[in-house]
Structures are given as structure tokens and as C-alpha cells.
Design a protein around this ligand. Structure first.
Ligand SMILES: Cc1ncc(COP(=O)(O)O)c(C=O)c1O
Length: 409
């Protein structure tokens, strides 16, 4: 049973009032709220187990190391990795993509090689490849997004040629909510020997994911978008790839032996984890995964689908509201971007905030997609496990109210 009322009880922040009104938090694509199980795990770690990992042989160091490694195991199981060696702890999805660009890209790509991205990428899956391509003389090519928010998959096949070395694509768009057919793309690339990176920042929190089914070489996600603390995320990469990739950052922990003139790298995944990581954050991330696992990711997905369906229907009924991206949930989840005729998205967000409703306005770190859609900005409502149909009703009432206000002013 997916019991939203009891889920909501686990989130202390949901009891807050904003401007005298109960908080309606609809900015989950930016970051989600944290259940007390995660908050308690952070407090308990610092109160009872705090020590540095992998180095000490005293009790606290061993406990902290075991808890940190247990969190890695949980992530591996959650996404169906073959082994926890395939999970590298990083700060966030952005760092994970930079790691791949820096380490794999600088080593295995050469002048004239091509990388395919989509027009709907978050800046974090665009800028690292721009930096790499200008350094190495690579060519970036782009699969388009049609007016309904779908990737132009037939055109993608035509973009692939002998120089294509990598395709890096967002799984669920953080603007349009489109679920891109990454399984299909992965299968197609498998035969062609092209590497495949999936940006799972929005999909890993929302749907059941098994890397083997995605046929991907790399998958990235951030803890803070799936109930966990900020400051931690993961890179999944196939074991054979991590073995052949050089380190990203140098320093303590990523080495086996250090001499004055050279060093020997540690085994994977430690080779990519230089310095003291966010130990507490990683353990909190593990707790967040426990929480989602206990709900069941199929149930999480279905709950969001129902909310998205409901919100789409209600928004479509409002005159002057334009929706972007798919208008049904066959291939959309959790994220709805919209505009209201004649009212700037920032004014919409500010007016809704007065009603206690948190939505996002702006580019959502996807400026090229907004340029493509000829938009200066959009409003975005994004849902998660604790949101309710009543909260969507409040959003709709809030929109009605602000339309009346702006039409009179
Ligand atoms: C699709 C997508 N990719 C990547 C990111 C970057 O995530 P982070 O800021 O946690 O690195 C985001 C964040 O909004 C996102 O929505």
C-alpha cells in the first residue's frame, strides 16, 4: 500500500507554513525533501560513529567504513549493477559527468571523434562535453526534440557514423518530463560499439532502473533528488571501463603506493575517490535508498504518474495556460513545465509562493532547450512521493487566483 498520509508524516518540513499557508512543495526536480529516517541517520552517524574511513583500525573507523561501503552496496543493488565496484561516490550528477569527460574522454577520444547529445540536456550534460571538445578537437552533434517534447529517434540513427564514440542522453527531461527511450537507444548502440551515458538525475529517483536493461556504460544520479542529503551522488560505470580509465583527482585514498616520482593507483572504485568523501552524506543516501526500496519503485512511479495525469488534465482546462512536452503520461513523468499567457514565470512563482506553493521558474539549467522552444523561461511543477491530489488542486486554485489578479492590474 502506498500510503501518502503516512509518508508525509516522515517529512518534518511538510509541517511548515509558508506565508501563513501550509507548504505545498512542488519543486522536487530541483531537490526533494528529506524523511526523518535520513535526517536521523546523519545525526546518529555523527553522534555515534564519526571517524575517517578506509584508514583507521580502531572501532569507530571500522564502523564508519562498513557503513559507507554498505551504502555503496545499496546503490549497486538499487540500480542492478553487477558489483559495488561499479559505483563511484561523487558529489552529484554534475561531478559524475565531469569525471567521465575528464577521465574517459581525455584518454579515449581523439581529434575528429564525435559525441552525440540531445537538445534537451541539462547544462551538466552539455558543458563538460563542450570543454572536452574544444580541448581535443571533437565534434558535438545533437539529436533534436520535436514540438511535442520527444527526441527525434529516427534522426539519431542517421547521426551515428564511424567517428561516433559516445552518446550521452538525459533519461527523464528535467523540463519536459519526457521519458526518453534509453533502452531502445542502448540496444541500438550495443551493436555499433558506441559508448552510452545515461543522465539519470531525474529518472533514478522516479522509476525502477536496472542498468543491464538500459544497456548503458555510464549512469549518473544525485542523492539530493531522491530523499538523500546534498553533496553526494554516484557514477555507475562498467567494471572494465573503470579499470581502464585513469584517475580523475589525485590525493589520499585513491593510491596503493606513493613514491616521490610516481604512484600506484588503488583498485576500483577507490581509484576515483580521492580525499575524504562525504561519509555521513553517503550513509544518508543509503538510508534514502532503503526508504524508496521499502515503498517499491514501481509504486513510486505509479504515484507520480497519477499525480502527473491529474495535474495535466487540470492545467489543460485552464485558458491561457500553455504546457510544454508530452500532454499525457505514456512517456512523461513527474515534471510539468508551463506558462501563463501575459504573466512572466517569475511573477507566477512569486505569486504562488504567497500561497505557500513552491514551484520553479527560469531555464531550469536547460537554456538551449528553451531557445529551441523559443521561450525565455517557464514555470515548472514537479512531484514526488509525498505530494497529493489536494496539493495539485491548490496549485490550480493558485493559478486561477493569480490570473484574476494580473488581469485586473
Ligand atoms: C536532468 C538533470 N541532469 C543533471 C542534473 C544535475 O544535478 P546536480 O545539480 O545534482 O549535479 C540535474 C539537476 O537538476 C538534472 O535535472
Amino acid at each position: 500500500m502506498f500510503d501518502v498520509a503516512s509518508i508525509r508524516n516522515d517529512f518534518p518540513i511538510l509541517k511548515r507554513k509558508i506565508n501563513g499557508k501550509p507548504l505545498v512543495y512542488l519543486d522536487n526536480a530541483a531537490t526533494t525533501q528529506k524523511p526523518k529516517q535520513v535526517i536521523d541517520a546523519l545525526v546518529s552517524y555523527y553522534e555515534n560513529h564519526n571517524a575517517n574511513i578506509h584508514r583507521g583500525i580502531h572501532t569507530l573507523a571500522e564502523e564508519a567504513t562498513a557503513m559507507y561501503e554498505e551504502a555503496r552496496e545499496k546503490i549497486a543493488k538499487f540500480i542492478g549493477a553487477r558489483s559495488s565496484k561499479e559505483i563511484v561516490f561523487v558529489r552529484n550528477s554534475t561531478e559524475a559527468i565531469n569525471l567521465v569527460a575528464y577521465s574517459w574522454g581525455r584518454t579515449f577520444l581523439n581529434r575528429g571523434d564525435e559525441i552525440i547529445l540531445s537538445e534537451s540536456e541539462h547544462h551538466s550534460n552539455l558543458v563538460p562535453w563542450q570543454i572536452l571538445s574544444s580541448e581535443k578537437g571533437l565534434k558535438l552533434r545533437f539529436v533534436g526534440v520535436d514540438e511535442n517534447g520527444y527526441l527525434e529517434i529516427p534522426k539519431l540513427e542517421k547521426l551515428i557514423n564511424k567517428r561516433t564514440k559516445l552518446i550521452a542522453i538525459v533519461h527523464v527531461s528535467n523540463v519536459l518530463g519526457t521519458i526518453n527511450p534509453v533502452e531502445k537507444i542502448g540496444k541500438m548502440l550495443h551493436k555499433k560499439g558506441v559508448r552510452f551515458l545515461v543522465d539519470g538525475a531525474q529518472s533514478v529517483p522516479r522509476m525502477p532502473i536496472k542498468v543491464v536493461e538500459l544497456n548503458c556504460d555510464f549512469l549518473v544520479a544525485s542523492s539530493h533528488k531522491m530523499l538523500g542529503p546534498t553533496g553526494v551522488g554516484f557514477l555507475y560505470a562498467k567494471e572494465e571501463l573503470l579499470k581502464e580509465m585513469p584517475p580523475f583527482l589525485g590525493g589520499g585514498d585513491m593510491i596503493k603506493a606513493v613514491y616521490l616520482d610516481h604512484s600506484k593507483w588503488n583498485d576500483i572504485p577507490y581509484k576515483f575517490e580521492a580525499g575524504t568523501p562525504d561519509i555521513a552524506g553517503s550513509i544518508g543516501f543509503g538510508k534514502a535508498i532503503d526508504y524508496l526500496t521499502s515503498l517499491g519503485m514501481e509504486n513510486v512511479f505509479m504515484h507520480e504518474k497519477k499525480l502527473t495525469d491529474y495535474a495535466l488534465r487540470k492545467l489543460l482546462e485552464i485558458r491561457d495556460v500553455t504546457l510544454y512536452g508530452p500532454e499525457d503520461t505514456a512517456s512523461k513523468t513527474g515534471v510539468i513545465s508551463f506558462n501563463i499567457k501575459g504573466i512572466h514565470p517569475h511573477d507566477v512563482a512569486q505569486s504562488l509562493d504567497r500561497e505557500g506553493i513552491a514551484v520553479r521558474s527560469g531555464f531550469h539549467c536547460a537554456m538551449p532547450l528553451h531557445q529551441k522552444l523559443k521561450l525565455s523561461a517557464t514555470c515548472r511543477a514537479s512531484f514526488y512521493i509525498y505530494n497529493t491530489f489536494e496539493e495539485i488542486d491548490k496549485l490550480i486554485i493558485g493559478i486561477d487566483k493569480l490570473r484574476t489578479f494580473f488581469s485586473k492590474s
